[in-house]
Design a protein. Structure first.
Length: 334
């Protein structure tokens, strides 16, 4: 950059020189007269142009530490950090001065170590680490400085229970699997354990059943005075051989007075005196409703039926009118 002022005379001489005035050589003058150049530039007297100054330090090498080249000369420069104190009082930082400015760098220790009083010391990475996640159903722990939250295990080892953790208390609940009646849980599957199990003990006076794969044979319980016979509760006198004195009969396992012993009352046909009550009781359903069947005619479902009407027995046999079956006539007489 430059500012140039050309005198009128110079302009005229240039013009005369261009048109070639014979006998008048060019007038030599300072072309940089009146020219002002910016800092770092110098006017070239041959052309009046501002040109950059050459670097006086180009090629100059300063051998002494702390020297710099200024205007082509090696000059000792003062240390900018000479009066700078960078100690921050922390033994675990490296304090240095760079170009007059303090740089504070923390001492870098390996993983698992920390700086204490200027030395790298091994420490527990979980020291001071709080891993509580406020969830009562997790087991919280620190491992190598990292928090681990594992769900609380409520497994009771039983495949037939549903195991859960109560989020309110943290207590485990092991709820048994519910199966339909008669079914049991086996390895998380509802199964009938009584399939193919025969619990019949060949005793007609027991109630035989299977429960959860086990046989149960409970005795049939009868009321007082009754006993089980062929699966039914009957008068105990039919089961136990009771012998009562004359004028007494067995009733419900005890000897009681025979109220029919004196021949009273006299009962109608198809009625019999009840020795316990002294009342004439009907012998069958027909008599109970006032229908008296003919002799050797049975009462079947409240109706009089001749069961032997169409029965032909073999020689030596007769038909039993009460059952309609053929039987030895001599046995019947006996």
């Amino acid at each position: 950059m430059k500012t140039k002022v050309m005198p009128a005379l110079v302009v005229l001489l240039g013009v005369f020189s261009l048109i070639g005035i014979v006998g008048c050589p060019p007038l030599v003058t300072d072309l940089c007269e009146g020219v002002t150049c910016e800092t770092g530039f110098t006017c070239n007297s041959t052309n009046g142009e501002c040109e950059a100054n050459p670097d006086p330090c180009e090629g100059v090498v300063c051998d002494v530490t702390g020297e710099e080249c200024i205007d082509g000369e090696c000059v000792l420069i003062a240390d900018p950090c000479e009066a700078v104190v960078c100690d921050d009082g922390d033994a675990c930082t490296e304090d240095i001065c760079l170009d007059g400015e303090c740089s504070i760098l923390a001492i870098d220790c390996l993983v698992g170590f920390t700086c204490i009083e200027g030395d790298c010391v091994a420490v527990d990475p979980c020291d001071g680490v709080d891993c509580d996640d406020a969830d009562v159903c997790t087991d919280d722990r620190c491992d190598a400085g990292e928090c681990i939250h594992e769900a609380t295990s409520c497994d009771d080892g039983d495949a037939c229970t549903t195991d859960t953790c109560d989020p309110g208390t943290g207590d485990c609940t092991n709820e048994a699997m519910v199966c339909d009646e008669g079914m049991d849980c086996v390895e998380a599957v509802c199964t009938d354990l009584c399939v193919d199990i025969d619990c019949d003990d060949d005793d007609t006076c027991t109630e035989d059943s299977c429960s959860h794969g086990e046989c149960v044979n409970d005795d049939i319980v009868c009321d007082s005075g009754y006993a089980c016979l062929d699966g039914e509760c009957v008068d105990e006198c039919e089961v136990v051989n009771f012998e009562c004195n004359k004028g007494f009969v067995c009733n419900l396992g005890a000897c009681v007075e025979d109220l029919c012993a004196d021949g009273e009352p006299v009962c109608l046909e198809r009625f019999t005196c009840n020795p316990v009550t002294g009342v004439c009781d009907p012998d069958d359903e027909c008599a109970a409703v006032g229908v008296i069947c003919d002799p050797e005619v049975a009462c079947v479902d409240g109706e009089c039926v001749d069961l032997c009407e169409d029965v032909e027995c073999e020689k030596g046999e007769v038909c039993d009118w009460e059952t309609g079956d053929c039987a030895d006539k001599w046995a019947r007489l006996r």
